[in-house]
Design a protein around this ligand. Structure first.
Ligand code: DX5
Ligand code: ZN
Length: 213
C-alpha cells in the first residue's frame, strides 16, 4: 500500500493560517488533517467551522475534520458546509447505529467518513462500524494536544485492526521519521503528522522521510 501523508495544521502558525495552509499544500502530501476540539471530549479547544471555511480557499487538497467533540452528530453538517471532505468521528462519542446512519448519508453526499479510537479503546469497539468507514484513524497519543510522545504500546492494536480492516488505516499523534516505520510495519498506510512536519527545518525532507517509512 502506498503511504499517504496528512499534515495536521494544529502545529501550524495560527496567526497566518491561510498562508500556512497554502504553503504546506505545495508539498507532495495527500490531504490536510484539521483537529477540531471542544474542551469537553478533550481538554482543549481549537477551531470551528468558521475557521475551516476561512482556510478552504487556500488549498485544493481534501480537508479531513478530525472531530474530537462530545456530540459529533450536531456538527458534521456545518463542517461539511465549511469545506470538509472527510469527517472523522470518535467511537467513544457515537453509537454504532448512529455512525452507520451518518456514514450512509455522507456517502450519498460524496463525503468520506472515518472512525477513530483512543489509545485505550479496544479494536473490537470499531469492528462493526469499520465496514461503513472509509478510514480508521488510530490515536497514538491521548487526543487533545499536538507535540505529545508517540505511544508505542498502541502498535499491536494497529495490527489487530489490519487483520479485519482492508482499507486505509491512519495513525495520529507523535508521528516522526522513526516511529512511522513501526506504524507502517504494523499495518498503517496514512500518517497524520503535525509537529514533525511543521517544526522541521526542511519540510520537504521530513515529508519524504515519512513517505518512505
Ligand atoms: C491530537 C491530534 C493530532 C495532533 C498531531 O489530539 O489529534 O492530530 O495534532 O500532532 P503531532 O504530530 O504534533 O502529535
Ligand atoms: Zn488529529
Amino acid at each position: 500500500m502506498n503511504i499517504k501523508i496528512a499534515p495536521s495544521i494544529l502545529s501550524a502558525d495560527f496567526s497566518k493560517l491561510g498562508q500556512e495552509v497554502k504553503d504546506i499544500s505545495r508539498y507532495k502530501i495527500d490531504f490536510l488533517h484539521i483537529d477540531i476540539m471542544d474542551g469537553h471530549f478533550v481538554p482543549n479547544i481549537t477551531i470551528g467551522p468558521a475557521v475551516v471555511k476561512a482556510i478552504r480557499p487556500y488549498s485544493e487538497l481534501p480537508f479531513e475534520a478530525h472531530l474530537m467533540v462530545s456530540e459529533p452528530l450536531k456538527y458534521i453538517d456545518s463542517f461539511i458546509q465549511a469545506g470538509a471532505n472527510i469527517v472523522t468521528l470518535h467511537i467513544e462519542t457515537i453509537k454504532e447505529k448512529d455512525f452507520i446512519t451518518a456514514a450512509k448519508r455522507l456517502r450519498q453526499q460524496g463525503i468520506k467518513i472515518a472512525i477513530s479510537l483512543n489509545p485505550e479503546t479496544e479494536p473490537g469497539a470499531i469492528k462493526n462500524v469499520s465496514k461503513f468507514s472509509d478510514m480508521v484513524l488510530v490515536m497514538t497519543v491521548q487526543p487533545g494536544f499536538g507535540g505529545q510522545k508517540f505511544m508505542a504500546e498502541v502498535l499491536p492494536k494497529i495490527s489487530q485492526i489490519r487483520s479485519f480492516y482492508p482499507g486505509d488505516i491512519a495513525v495520529d499523534g507523535g508521528i516522526d521519521g522513526d516511529n512511522s516505520k513501526l506504524a507502517v510495519k504494523a499495518g498503517a498506510n496514512i500518517l497524520a503528522c503535525g509537529t514533525y512536519i511543521f517544526k522541521a527545518k526542511d519540510k520537504q525532507s521530513a515529508i519524504e522521510e515519512l513517505r518512505n517509512a
